[in-house]
Design a protein around this ligand. Structure first.
Ligand SMILES: Cc1ncc(COP(=O)(O)O)c(C=O)c1O
Length: 435
């Protein structure tokens, strides 16, 4: 920290900040970080936490940090893939639930926090995921942490994909499990590790993968992984946060897409993506679900999701089952956008509703983000530590409700921003060479 109370960190990346922070005590660390993040915002280098003033639709109204004025933007950062967050039927179900249950519940499910709606939702989800039973958590994060910390004992071994989500890792840490990663989607390495596991553990072997990987949008090859786990006697745990509602003929998820529902032992998902609200679930055998209700600490020791949230997810399930047009629209939009991106020279072949736009290492992602923002495109930039520094990117989330005009506008802004920022970089290099 410098003497004037600033971080002096105009040139620091978040990686530098994290490394420096380790050497500082609590007060120094928090002050240093707080100064740094506020300086970033003051010099227009941070677009975190833009205030949204309207429903989470294809178009949103925000309070522009640049001008202090309200402005409209096209939303390409929301995981509300099916566009159901503001659907009239879902709103209707929520209003009915408010009339009947009010807004809160004030307790955990095993005590006073379990309504008819929670029960109805768990029953519907079990059927939706072709499992005997399901239980719902207040967040997807909590579902993963609760599930992994409760299911795995110290004698067990967990083999997981190198790109697993933070919530999965946190669950492993909390449960004190022994874990090993295998290279992303590398089935051969997984097989080697499964063979070696026989001599490495006297407990059970779990394999953890995601249906759709959230940063790259690619799928786990479940057609290979599921039979492999069956053959080797491993318990397969699937995080289908981004696949539920999006993949499979009727949106039942990535396991349905590959036709391997019966070979996936435990599946979790979130309500913060295709269902457009918040919460999570785990679906499995009756025994696993009964066990989790008492041993998953994020379930047992945490208040239930409000009944209105359960009602909104039920409303979304109604729509997913009755109106396949949303899913078809999402797929058509994804294909259309991918074709346009390929015409611009991007190497994309999306398998889900997530399209990563890999940015060259030389691109100043923050400045490019502002250029998207100024042109009315709300797009999330992803940098370290969410991805390795050399894999920085923009992450496009496609929605069923985007119009062709929205997608064309996005394509033309991408073309412009790329021209500016690869051009800018070239100018920088010329300047450096001339100096
Ligand atoms: C793969 C994956 N699992 C779990 C979660 C946690 O879900 P939630 O944000 O609903 O708590 C996320 C959220 O981004 C995710 O991408």
């Amino acid at each position: 920290m410098t003497g004037n109370g600033t971080s002096g960190g105009e040139n620091f990346s978040l990686r530098d900040i994290l490394l420096r922070g380790r050497k500082l005590n609590f007060a120094e660390r928090t002050q240093f970080f707080s100064n740094w993040i506020q300086e970033r915002a003051a010099c227009g280098d941070s677009l975190y936490m833009r205030h949204i003033l309207s429903p989470a639709d294809r178009q949103v109204s925000i309070l522009d940090p640049d001008t202090g004025q309200e402005r409209s933007m096209l939303m390409f950062g929301s995981n509300n893939y099916l566009g159901l967050a503001n659907h009239p039927h879902v709103q209707r179900r929520v209003k009915e639930a408010i009339d009947q249950f009010g807004v809160g519940i004030g307790g955990p499910p095993l005590l006073n926090g379990y309504t008819r709606l929670h029960h109805e939702l768990e029953t519907r989800l079990a059927t939706f995921k072709s499992k005997q039973a399901a239980l719902v958590f207040s967040s997807g994060y909590g579902a993963n942490v609760g599930m992994m910390s409760a299911l795995v004992s110290k004698h067990d071994l967990v083999l997981h994909d190198a790109s697993s989500h933070a919530s999965f890792h946190d669950g492993l840490k909390m449960g004190g499990a022994t874990s090993m990663k295998f290279a992303h989607n590398d089935v051969a390495e997984l097989e080697q590790r499964l063979d070696a596991a026989k001599t490495q553990t006297r407990g059970d072997v779990f394999v953890g993968v995601e249906g759709v990987y959230s940063m790259d949008g690619d799928l786990a090859p479940l057609d290979k992984i599921a039979p492999l786990c069956r053959e080797k006697g491993a318990i397969l745990v699937l995080d289908d946060a981004h696949g539920t509602g999006v993949l499979g003929a009727s949106g039942h998820g990535t396991d349905a897409h590959f036709g391997v529902e019966d070979d996936v032992d435990i599946v979790m998902g979130t309500f913060s993506k295709a269902f457009g609200v918040v919460g999570g679930f785990v679906a499995s055998s009756q025994e696993v679900v009964d066990y989790l209700r008492f041993f998953a600490r994020s379930y047992f020791f945490s208040a239930s999701m409000p009944p209105v949230v359960a009602a909104s997810v039920l409303g979304c399930l109604d729509i997913i089952e009755r109106e396949p047009g949303h899913l078809l629209g999402l797929r058509a939009n994804t294909r259309y956008l991918a074709r346009g991106l390929r015409r611009l020279g991007f190497d994309v072949n999306p398998e889900s509703a997530i399209i990563p736009l890999m940015a060259p290492r030389s691109m100043n992602l923050r400045k490019a983000s502002f250029d998207f923002h100024r042109r009315g495109i709300f797009l999330n930039s992803i940098e370290y530590p969410a991805v390795p520094s050399h894999k920085q990117r923009f992450r496009i989330s496609v929605m069923a409700s985007h119009t062709q005009r929205d997608l064309d506008r996005l394509l033309s802004v991408i073309e412009e921003v790329w021209a500016i920022h690869t051009q800018e970089r070239r100018l920088d290099l010329h300047a450096a060479a001339a100096a």
